[in-house]
Design a protein around this ligand. Structure first.
Ligand SMILES: Nc1ncnc2c1ncn2[C@@H]1O[C@H](COP(=O)(O)OP(=O)(O)OP(=O)(O)O)[C@@H](O)[C@H]1O
Length: 716
């Protein structure tokens, strides 16, 4: 959470302390009301609600979560905006609400705006905040930012005032309300001005993990945040355009609007690595959402222990979508057509289903779009049914219990075992990677000889346990697992830094939201894997979300103008055709490119930047990290690794370039661009890695280099 909120610059409105005092009084009253709401939940006697032990446990857990969600965090403003409507807002459908605990209070149920009249006779006034707060009579004091009535706070403009007489933004210092800023959007005489509070929020020094942007979501971001649950959205956006922020706020919005459904099906945020997930993990809890899962793609497919690595060539082939077909063929090759009849003995009679009829049953199952495992389970019943038909023809009247019994007879079981054997997904992949003939047979027409050679193990593993599985192998096992048994689908998945996923990884994520929707976030220019996404259309097809709407964000909230202009010199070489980011930061930031003669000067640059407020990152090619760590330590500069907590005294993070993606620091020292480029297998990937590293700074960047700079960075 943010630990520092700067004092807003005085605005004309500040001169009049009367209104500010009234707003402070409303804040104090809202805090009291929130405390009362919390006390109400704590005092709930569950014994009266349910006599069932399991239900009590569930309710207790929900209650604990709700109590947590109702916490009044002293440094988090309870509301950040006020809306005075000219007229009563039009009625719109309320978001569906479920259990009393989720609803929180009966007054949240029947209120179509997400708010009743906030201040009765005073008119239609709403305070917009992180969560809904009501007084003892159930009248709303703060409206959830996600409620329909709050939308005008984000979207209203002079062109479309959305019936607002006034939009007021509040400025805070710590938890204290210290400023406000008014816009009378319907007043043609009032000139439009950029919001200073918005600018201050954007330029606030970064400390610690990512924070929410709920007070300053921009209209184009809000459109994505509030897009419906049924559709998938893909957001292409350059560094710092708020993709991650938008994705997280979208989950929060969807959880509000479809709480019951998503509580049942679940939501998940997928990020590139642990340090990134750690960086973003506080955003949703700060918005009162505690139930969203977080995982890397590797976590999702963790069927085996990953102890091996692939060379890029092997990883490229293993990640190719053609592997899905290879696996499908290999799996189905286990099904053999029956050559023997099944003979079931019951009492004195023998019932015989001939091979050709069994073959017909097997063919029907193969033609149906059902999983291998489900078909295998259906087969004994089908065979038993064929037996029953014969019994009926012979004048018997067997019921369904007889069919079950027949399905369990040794004869039927033995036939199923031969015709449709159980397959272990890891063993299937093991055989493909270990047995050249098996691979050649099922990859015929799909993979050429070189490709097959690239993925075959030179030293074939003997067993699933002893195999040195790679991350790409685990994805193959996940695909095979899904071919055998359908992976359950979640209600919504947010996929961040998507551009780095292989087609097979997209498929792995896609099968976790087959019946749900997805928010896909990424930047084609930041793709640094050998299989990096070339087009969103293609990626969405692998994900199974062809119908997703692709949106582009181009306004940059992170990187200062000079720095983004410098980094954008790389764009024609790494992603021609992409729109460069336009920084909306007022502060031009600090930017220097320094030729140096030794690592000591890198340390000096860090020391210099630590003289400013906020976090500092030293980003370097992975191989240079140990040497730089030694230099920093020798110079007495404490530092942490990404994912580790910075402290007041240790604000410096030493970041291997491979982990910089998605992260940001107030000030960055970028060590030796050439080394960052050279560490990658090809120049384009190297330049993309450099682009990522160059775009992590919020307030200032120093590039230090002893070797010449990559020529693509020189002015054209
Ligand atoms: N509307 C906004 N108001 C204030 N800050 C914002 C807004 N949108 C984004 N930001 C801030 O800008 C910074 C960059 O946002 P974010 O990390 O979501 O960008 P990104 O597009 O995911 O970047 P990258 O491509 O580098 O991963 C964050 O500090 C975020 O909080």
């Amino acid at each position: 959470m943010p630990t520092h909120v700067p004092e807003p610059a005085p605005t004309p409105a500040l001169a009049d302390t009367g209104p500010l005092d009234r707003e402070r009084a409303h804040l104090a009253a809202s805090r009291t009301a929130l405390r009362a709401m919390r006390a109400d939940v704590e005092a709930l006697d569950l014994g009266n609600v349910t006599a069932n032990w399991v239900n009590t446990q569930i309710l207790e857990r929900q209650m604990a979560e709700r109590v947590k969600a109702l916490a009044d965090l002293s440094d988090t403003p309870l509301f950040f905006g006020r809306l005075d409507y000219l007229h009563a807002p039009p009625l719109s459908a309320p978001p569906p609400l479920s259990t009393p605990l989720e609803r929180g209070h009966p007054h949240e149920q029947g209120d179509p705006h997400g708010a009743e009249e906030a201040e009765g006779a005073e008119g239609e006034r709403f305070y917009v905040g992180r969560r809904h707060v009501h007084d003892v009579d159930g009248d709303p004091m703060v409206i959830d930012w996600r409620a329909p009535v709050s939308q005008a706070f984000y979207r209203a403009s002079r062109k479309d005032p959305m019936d607002l007489a006034l939009r007021r933004r509040f400025g805070y210092t710590g938890g204290d309300l210290t400023a406000y800023e008014d816009e009378h959007l319907s007043d043609p005489a009032e000139a439009s001005a950029t919001s200073k509070l918005l600018q201050q929020e954007i330029e606030r020094p970064r400390v610690g993990p990512m924070r929410d942007i709920v007070a300053t979501i921009q209209p184009e971001q809000d459109e994505i945040v509030r897009s419906g649950l049924s559709g998938s959205v893909c957001v292409q956006g350059g560094p710092g355009t708020g993709k991650t922020a938008v994705g997280l706020h979208r989950v929060a919005y969807l959880l509000y609007a479809h709480r019951e459904r998503l509580a049942r099906t679940g939501t998940l945020v997928v990020g590139p690595n642990r340090s990134f997930l750690h960086y973003i993990e506080q955003v949703l809890p700060a918005l009162g959402e505690l139930t969203v899962g977080q995982a890397t793609v590797d976590d999702l497919v963790a069927h085996v222990e990953v102890r091996g690595t692939d060379d890029p060539r092997a990883a490229l082939v293993k990640g190719d979508a053609r592997m899905a077909e290879v696996l499908r063929r290999a799996l189905h090759s286990h099904v053999t057509m029956p050559t023997e009849p099944v003979v079931v003995v019951r009492g004195s009679r023998r019932w015989r289903v001939p091979a050709y009829e069994l073959e017909e049953i097997v063919r029907q199952l193969l033609d149906r779009d059902i999983r291998y495992g489900a078909a295998r389970e259906a087969l004994p019943q089908r065979v038993a049914h064929a037996v029953l038909v014969r019994m009926e023809r012979a004048g018997e009247a067997p019921d369904d219990r007889v069919q079950d019994t027949v399905a369990r007879t040794g004869a039927v079981k033995a036939a199923v075992k031969t015709v449709w054997p159980a397959v272990d997904p890891a063993k299937l992949v093991l055989r493909l990677l270990a047995d050249p003939d098996f691979l050649a047979e099922h990859a015929a027409g799909l993979l050429d000889e070189d490709e097959r050679k690239a993925i075959l193990w030179t030293k074939p593993a003997r067993s699933v346990r002893s195999a040195k599985w790679s991350a790409a192998d685990a994805v193959l096992i996940d695909e095979a697992t899904d071919l055998i048994r359908r992976t359950p689908s979640l209600g919504h998945v947010v996929l961040d830094e998507a551009q780095d996923l292989s087609p097979m990884q997209y498929r792995a994520v896609g099968r976790r939201c087959t019946t749900g929707s997805a928010t896909v976030l990424g930047d084609l220019a930041q793709g640094t894997t050998p299989w990096a996404t070339r087009s969103w259309e293609e990626a969405l097809a692998h994900l199974g979300k062809r119908d997703a709407v692709v949106e582009e964000l181009t306004a940059g909230f992170r990187v200062p103008t000079d720095v983004i202009a410098y980094a954008s010199r790389l764009l024609p070489h790494i992603a021609p055709g992409l729109t460069p980011v336009a920084s909306i930061r007022d502060n031009p930031g600090f930017f220097a490119v320094r030729p140096i003669t030794g690592s000591g000067e890198v340390v000096s640059a860090c020391r210099e930047l630590l003289g400013h407020e906020g976090s500092v990152g030293l980003i370097a090619a992975d191989a240079r990290v140990p040497e730089l760590a030694r230099e920093l330590t020798a110079a007495g500069l404490g530092h942490v690794a990404p994912g580790e907590e910075t402290t007041h005294d240790t604000r410096l993070t030493l970041v291997p370039a491979s982990l910089a993606k998605g992260l940001e620091y107030d000030y960055v020292v970028l060590d030796e661009p050439c080394a960052v480029v050279d560490a990658e297998p090809d120049e384009r990937t190297g330049l993309r890695r450099l682009y990522v590293a160059l775009t992590r700074a919020v307030s200032g960047l120093i590039v230090t280099h002893a070797a010449p700079l990559p020529e693509q960075l020189l002015p054209h």
